[in-house]
Design a protein around this ligand. Sequence first.
Ligand code: AP5
Ligand code: MG
Length: 190
Amino acid sequence: MINIVLFGPPGSGKGTQSEKLIKKYGLSHLSTGDILRNEIAEGTELGRRAKSYMDAGDLVPDHEVIAMLTRRLAGSKDSPGFIFDGFPRTVEQAGALDQELEKLGLRVDIMVSLEVEKEELIKRLLLRAKDTGRADDTLEVIEKRLEVYTSQTMPLIDFYKKMNKYASVDGMGSVDDIFGRIVRVVDDCK
Ligand code: AP5
Ligand code: MG
C-alpha cells in the first residue's frame, strides 16, 4: 500500500505520469480535474457549479472538492493505494486529505513535486489545446492557472516538507526519463 500525492503546476505531467504509475504499482487514480470534467460532460449539478471556476482558471471551492474526494475514497476502500493528481491544491484540502485517510487507517506516504520551467509548461499546454481542445488551455487561462498555482498551491510544498514527505523531481525531458526519476523516489520511500 502506497499513497502518492503527485504535485506540480498545470502542464507538469501529473496526468501523464499518473497513467504510468497506475500500470506499474496498480494504484487507483484520483484526479479531481478529471472528475470535475466528467461532471461537466454529464451535466450534473456539481459540474454546473464548477464550470465557471474552471473556465476562468480559478480553483473550485474547497468544500466541493473535499466532498468529492471523500465520496471517492469511501468507494475505493479495497484499493492497494492511491495517486492523488491535482489534489490537494490548498492547505485546507491537504488537512482534509490527512483526516479522511486517517479514518481509513491510511496516510500520504510521499508528495512528488514535478519541477518544470514556465516556458515549457505553456508550450505543452498550447500544444495540448490543438490535440484535445481542453477548454482551459488558452494562453489567458493558462497564465491564470499558473498564478493560482503560485499563490494558493505552492504553500503546500512547505506543508509536506515539514512532514518529511516532500520529494522534488526534475520534470523536464522525456516522459520515460521523468518516470524513471519518479520510480526511484517512490521505491525509496516504500
Ligand atoms: P487539472 O485537471 O488538475 O489541471 P492542471 O493542474 O491545470 O494540470 P493539467 O491537467 O493541465 O496538467 P498535468 O500536470 O496533468 O499535465 P499532463 O500530464 O496533462 O485542473 C483543472 C481545473 O480543475 C483547475 O484549474 C480547477 O479549476 C479545477 N480543479 C482541479 N482540481 C482541483 C482542486 N483540487 N481544487 C480546486 N479546483 C480544482 O501534461 C500536459 C501536456 O504535456 C499533455 O499534452 C502531455 O502529453 C504533455 N507532456 C507531458 N509530459 C511531457 C514531457 N515530458 N514532454 C513533453 N510533453 C509532455
Ligand atoms: Mg492533469
